[in-house]
Design a protein around this ligand. Structure first.
Ligand code: HEM
Ligand code: HEM
Length: 180
């Protein structure tokens, strides 16, 4: 008989908090980038691209970890609608962590821009050059960034609700301290 895990594995927790910092930083870097001109824009873009590709690679690793190690179950007394919201928002976050970097990479490919990671490593294009596709993908990158930001806000609010109001062990499960 297998028993359900009481907490997330250490690897899952390290990946969660590392990627949380990276994703939130990327949202601010992205907005800062489009709001600035000249040198600061270039400087932020030089961070945005490799950090985004690192998120893509880590998201693939994290999905593998997630499939091998199921998360601890949510409290049995949690209303079904909240369980459904947790399930849907977690998979939406996984989807966006994969989609955002791929769309960014495809957008630059469609615009005919080189995707440089540092000064010498150049990634191959993943989309044919097309002005129309560039416009659509650029719009999609911005719209999905907004969706990611809103989902993150709801996710953080839910975590605080579990940690401060329900005190049901869900937040401590991600902090590595679940005891029940
Ligand atoms: C999790 C990963 C990523 C996040 C959260 C993210 C987020 C953002 C955000 C918030 C913006 C500003 C959008 C706006 O206000 O219109 C932006 C713009 C941009 N991103 Fe990303 N991004 C990610 C990955 C990438 C990657 C991997 C690339 C390229 C390889 C990339 C290339 C760009 C470019 C070129 C812009 C400027 C677009 C413009 O001029 O309108 N992004 N990103
Ligand atoms: C202050 C910020 C954050 C807090 C307090 C937080 C808290 C938590 C907590 C408590 C859980 C466990 C929920 C459960 O037991 O079902 C969780 C899961 C998760 N978080 Fe966060 N989180 C934060 C930021 C983020 C960010 C920025 C992302 C990614 C964009 C993210 C993605 C996820 C995902 C995908 C899961 C589901 C994990 C799984 O089931 O494999 N989190 N988070």
């Amino acid at each position: 008989m297998t028993t359900a895990p009481k907490t997330f594995t250490r690897t899952a927790r390290v990946l969660h908090w590392l990627m949380a910092v990276m994703v939130v930083a990327m949202l601010f870097i992205g907005v800062g980038m489009v709001a600035s001109v000249s040198e600061r824009h270039e400087w932020l873009l030089r961070i945005h691209k490799p950090l985004g590709i690192a998120i893509l690679l880590l998201a693939v690793v994290r999905l593998g970890v997630r499939l091998r190690h199921p998360p601890p179950p949510l409290p049995a007394d949690l209303p079904a609608v909240q369980k459904l919201a947790a399930f849907a928002s977690h998979w939406l976050l996984y989807f966006l962590m994969l989609a955002m970097p791929l769309i960014g990479w495809a957008m630059l490919s469609a615009g005919g821009y080189p995707v440089m990671l540092g000064t010498s490593l150049r990634l191959p294009p993943i989309f044919p050059v097309s002005a129309d596709a560039f416009a659509v993908l650029r719009h999609l990158h911005g719209a999905f960034a907004m969706l990611l930001f809103l989902t993150f806000l709801a996710h953080m609010a839910a975590a605080l609700y579990h940690g401060l109001i329900r005190r049901d062990g869900v937040l401590s499960g991600m902090l590595g301290r679940r005891s029940t």
